[in-house]
Design a protein around this ligand. Structure first.
Ligand code: GLA
Length: 391
């Protein structure tokens, strides 16, 4: 558990770490410092690729890049978290491996859309845990876009950048993700979550209910084969929307679903039931937030977890244990897995005044129950990808 002070110190640390690593390497201060956050999703899980609604927030864990322009078309970046640097030429972007693929892919997407790219070099570091479901990949994509923008600016349109980051995932990396992660990492706003309509990408800022905190509960478990299970769910949803003769599951209401589901294969029906009911819960959750109704919001969060566990089957034993433990604590309004699932993180909506003791208790109960050390911390809604320093 990290309290806020420790956490603020850590943020300063990362910024300072990339700055001093830059100075050590290049013997001068960085010209720009760029930051792109991770995210948690409050509700609206596995709805984005069904043209539905999501309600994520950007968090105060981020990737930081310290950089300066080059006068040629080379990109040279080292990471304080990985040993192998990423180096490529914008003259001909080819595939490489590891974390550098996100930079190459983003450069390729930007070039495909005719953005004027110039070379740059620098150092990056991150405190977003990899594989935890907090969107470290989207953060790397948007940090890359912001870095290219910093050295040779164009009109920054966050939603366009999110689409290009999704193109990177889908076409450069071959992963069929939806648009949620990139949208929130690009468009996040301090103190707010964002209700996003994944069909037309319109969005509305929604404040957290007063006197509440969001606690990240990282089970410290990671699963392999997530991509194939994810792609399987995407296909199952496509089968369901074909059955109902609609473009996407977004187009049917719960009552329509209930009246027309009887001839649908039972497994596909459960998948579709999750998506259709989750869309309704997400809209209700946004209303609960706008009316400052934290009890209702907590109930919807709990219902979302049950639906993901039983109908969509993307939770895990550890996530279920974590959520159960969280819900037995006083001052917890609701808890659920967040992100794609199969391991990684849950979140809890809790009374602000007890957030620290909640985090401590949940950590020790989880540890006692399954002998795994979780990472539990309060997170704050933060801005999307941004330039934080310009010389
Ligand atoms: C991953 C994907 C998102 C979304 C979530 C599940 O994070 O990248 O597009 O589908 O899973 O809601």
């Amino acid at each position: 558990m990290k309290d806020n002070r420790g956490f603020l110190a850590e943020i300063m640390n990362i910024k300072e770490k990339v700055t001093s690593a830059f100075i050590k390497r290049y013997k001068e201060s960085p010209q720009f410092i760029v930051r792109a956050p991770g995210r948690v999703n409050l509700i609206g899980e596995h709805t984005d690729y069904n043209d539905g609604f999501v309600l994520p927030m950007a968090i105060d864990r981020a990737i930081w890049v310290a950089l300066r322009p080059r006068d040629d078309l080379a990109v040279k970046v080292s990471s304080l978290d990985f040993s192998k640097p990423c180096e490529f030429s914008l003259e001909e972007i080819t595939h490489g491996d590891g974390w550098g693929e996100y930079l190459r892919g983003m450069a390729w997407s930007l070039q495909e859309s005719d953005y004027p790219l110039q070379g740059w070099e620098g150092v990056l570091a991150s405190d977003i845990p990899v594989g935890a479901g907090l969107s470290s990949s989207a953060a790397l994509e948007l940090a890359t876009a912001r870095s290219f923008w910093a050295v040779n600016p164009w009109e920054w349109d966050a939603t366009k950048m999110a689409r290009l980051a999704q193109k990177t995932e889908n076409e450069w990396l071959g992963v069929k993700t939806g648009i949620m992660d990139q949208m929130i990492v690009a468009n996040g706003k301090e103190d707010h979550a964002l209700l996003i309509d994944c069909r037309d990408l319109s969005s509305q800022l929604v404040p957290l209910p007063t006197e509440t905190a969001i606690v990240v509960l990282d089970t410290a478990t990671r699963r392999g084969l997530i991509d194939s299970a994810y792609n399987e769910r995407v296909s199952e949803c496509q089968i369901a929307s074909e059955f109902f003769s609609v473009d996407a599951l977004r187009d049917i209401s719960l009552s329509f679903f209930e009246n027309h589901v009887d001839k649908l294969d039972p497994l596909i029906a459960r998948r579709a039931h999750h998506v259709v009911s989750e869309n309704e819960r997400t809209l209700e959750a946004a209303t609960a937030m706008k009316t400052n109704d934290r009890v209702k919001l907590g109930q919807l969060i709990n219902a979302s977890h049950i639906s993901l566990r039983d109908d969509y089957e993307v939770s895990s034993e550890e996530l279920n244990i974590m959520v159960e433990i969280a819900n037995t604590q006083e001052g917890c309004f609701g808890a659920r897995m967040t992100g794609a699932g199969f391991g990684g993180c849950a979140i809890a909506l809790v009374e602000k005044s007890i957030a620290d003791s909640f985090a401590e208790k949940v950590s020790s109960l989880y540890r006692a129950k399954i002998a795994i050390d979780p990472q539990v911390y309060i997170c704050h809604p933060s801005n999307g990808a941004e330039l934080v320093k310009e010389l």
